[in-house]
Design a protein around this ligand. Sequence first.
Ligand code: 9Z3
Length: 364
Amino acid sequence: MLSQIESETPPPNLAALAEDHYFSANPPPKDLEKHTALAREFINYHSAAGRRLVLVTSGGTTVPLEKNTVRFIDNFSAGTRGATSAEYFLEAGYAVLFLHRQFSLLPFSRHYSHATDCFLDFLREGPNGSVVARDEDAAKMLHVLRKYRDARDRNMLLLLPFVNISDYLHELRSVAQLMQPLGPRGLLYLAAAVSDFFVPPDRMSEHKIQSTDAADAFKKGSSSATPQPPAVEDEETFDNFDSSPKVPRSKRLVIDLDPVPKFLKNLVEGWSPQGMIVSFKLETDPAILVHKAKYSLDRYQHHLVIGNLLATRKWEVVFVSPGNPDRWIRVPFRKAGAEGDGKAVEVEKDEPLDPKSLPEGEPE
Ligand code: 9Z3
């Protein structure tokens, strides 16, 4: 009898349980409703026009150490991959919903936003107190400006920012679910660098973690207690390991992180079951990159994993997809990012080059 009941009871859907638990324990970002309304309007508009739409995620997620966040752990990503890819998707006729880390690179403005490419360096004073592009930069700037204006005027680009891992996952789930009516015309291109570890809210400090015990007496003692400012002593008398220190003792900070649940399975099976899903795999060890990309594909059964190494991500990527041989795309690194007419070779542009044409040597 028991075995009959067991065989009739569907096994608990662990992925769904993990999802319920994570999303109820980790609060949504304050702008989720506003962002969802904007995304819905954008998706419906392009869906009605029969257009293809891509969700590009871009930039790194943070992991706060405190609820009132002073300190956080960050994931590496400038947003170059996402912002560059978004421009090429627009060129290919896609509407682009760009879910990005706040203040990371954006499509179009990325050409003029870095310290090395400060927009002010491209300008000069014109006649009658005006400001104009420098002659040598004007052609490229006009090219970028026209594309930017075109995307904006035709409502082809929606920018939605996130900061931390929980904001990102809430936004991703909402947008992916809204994209369902697009079916295979919806593409999810997950280039954001997503945290693998986090501090769960029930273990997160409300306020700034203290680095000394200077506030302890104040907090423990009566309300009349006055916090004593740390005594100022010269470095010679400061002994951090003294058993009765004269100055507040500096505390060691030990961070204990939980794994972030892997939601790609939920995305593929539940949030966007008909969408085309492309994920990125970032590694630093070349020996494991392809293996890890294949592992991810096997595990989540989506359409494509694009593998890249931190050190060479601007020059080469590998496409790993079911039933196909691995396909490396490499660009001549000396030309990548080159200034000129706005047609610099970028690996995000899907025009594989003849490997024989590549220059020898290591990327600079
Ligand atoms: C990537 O691998 C991106 O290509 C980069 C782009 C973050 C390297 P940049 O913005 O860098 O151009 O400076 N993104 C995915 C990274 C990631 O977190 N992937 C997860 C993983 O590797 C799987 S979804 O486990």
